[in-house]
Design a protein around this ligand. Structure first.
Ligand code: PBG
Length: 328
């Protein structure tokens, strides 16, 4: 009760503010997404993601060393697949010499201690840009799950530490976990995109990988038949609890900022680490506003990332990882 309590006492200097501050960021919080392309000597900026790049494998090595030197110890790999290798079966996704498999080896060769996580989903490999196999104008669940499990196994064989299935098929975590056990990959982790919403914030990412979905007979030009409806909250808990039961070591909420209520809900009910993916559209919004001089880049970035951690995220996948570590 006022005036016995005057809350401003705890805000009166930087020293007192910093000693009572509840949330800090450190390089340990961040998982760095990386986009990889075929070719040599390529570092190309993504149009809708200013100051973010696609790397060829030779330049990826340099980037990995730089990240490690900054204290960034985990990466999440995505590949841009040439059009002529895309089909409706995920064939190239299983190629032991595919770009992803070579990228995993490249990272492990130049920096064995770097934690390598890989995106497991068919969209960059799909001629339809969907995360599943298409049959009769629909995305078929169970066939997709078994291909995803094979894809995960192939990443594990190439040396991936963690698989990150981002597709939202039902039962794919169980399928993947069972196959890994059968094949002796006991220590390969799974970070499940468990509460992944059908969001329009993924637009720039789909530009980066040229992986936008097309409309099918029974499926609109979006991913709403498998990714979650952004109006739903209880469903996120159901999805996440099922993924943990099926064998996920880390669960994820995606996108970030608009979904922090979900992160907090989950924090109350799960006892595994929660990751948050601050996605491409969130990155693009701030970069664009900052370029126009409408927002202060660094302070808005810090405010957003602190909010994500304060909500309950232990792992933050963010395109700002390098920017923020430079500031800390
Ligand atoms: C692939 C995948 C997507 C993202 C991560 N993995 C795109 C999608 O689901 O359409 C989005 C990441 C981002 O926007 O930064 N399944």
């Amino acid at each position: 009760m006022f005036p016995i309590h005057r809350n401003r006492r705890l805000r009166s200097s930087e020293a007192i503010r910093s000693i009572v501050r509840e949330t800090y960021l450190s390089p340990n919080d961040f998982l760095v997404p990386l986009f990889i392309v075929e070719g040599k000597d390529i570092k190309e900026e993504i149009d809708s993601m200013p100051e973010y790049y696609r790397y060829s494998l030779d330049l990826l090595k340099k980037e990995i060393k730089e990240l490690w030197a900054m204290g960034l110890k985990s990466v999440l790999l995505f590949v841009k697949v040439p059009d002529n290798l895309k089909d409706n079966a995920g064939t190239e996704a299983l190629n032991p010499e595919g770009l992803m498999q070579r990228a995993i080896k490249t990272v492990k060769d130049c920096c064995p201690e770097m934690l390598v996580m890989t995106d497991v989903a068919l969209d960059p490999y799909s001629s339809y840009g969907h995360d599943g196999i298409v049959s009769d104008g629909k995305i078929v669940n169970d066939t997709t799950s078994s291909v995803l499990a094979q894809m995960g196994l192939s990443h594990a064989k190439a040396g991936a530490d963690f698989l990150a299935p981002s597709d939202m098929m039902d039962g794919r975590i169980f399928e993947m976990r069972t196959l890994l056990e059968d094949q002796g990959f006991y220590n390969t982790g799974i970070m499940s995109y468990s509460a992944k919403y059908a969001s329009s914030f993924y637009g720039p990412f789909r530009d980066a990988l040229d992986s936008a979905p097309v409309a099918l007979k029974d499926v609109p030009k979006n991913k709403k038949t498998y990714q979650m409806d952004f109006a739903n909250r209880d469903e996120a808990i159901k999805e996440t609890l099922m993924d943990i039961e099926e064998g996920a070591d880390i669960v994820m909420v995606k996108p970030g900022l608009c979904y922090l209520d979900i992160v907090r809900d989950l924090r109350e009910v799960v006892n595994v680490p929660i990751a948050v993916y601050q996605v491409s559209g969130e990155y693009a919004m701030l970069k664009a506003a900052a370029q126009k001089g409408w927002l202060d880049h660094d302070s808005v970035m810090l405010e957003q990332l602190i909010a994500i951690k304060r909500a309950g995220a232990q792992v933050i996948a963010s395109y700002f990882a390098k920017d923020v570590v430079k500031l800390l």
